[in-house]
Design a protein. Sequence first.
Length: 159
Amino acid sequence: MTAPIRRRSRAREIAMQVLFQFDVRGERYADEAGKTVAGLCENEAEGEGDVVEFAARLVEGTLQHRTAIDLRLQSVTRNWDLRRMATVDRNVLRMATYELMFCTDVPPKVAINEAIELGKKFSTANSGGFVNGILDRIRIDLEKERKTQPAPPAGGAEA
């Protein structure tokens, strides 16, 4: 018997499958994406609403920020047109880039490691290294950018 898959890992698998479908089917599919997350999760055991919730968050966030995500990806894949990438790799990279850019509750190394595993599982043996290289460059760039940004003012009332 295999060990049960972790909840967020399962959510990422579901989200990647929905994003893959969106990418293949096109813009007209955007309105159906939320229904598809629910449909793919129908077979989940009761009480695992957090799987559906995290998967939906990943799908909605990735789609909402897709332009910014694609610009970020294009900035580190200078010699690769996103349209030429394998569809699985492209969507794994988009989802992980969304996590790196917008999900402060997900440690960057977790987002990257999960993306590597998704690439290996759903694409090719070479996808892991490809995904790792791109996402690590994005992580480094984001860390540099965050260090150069001024800290937000401290909250609370002044004395």
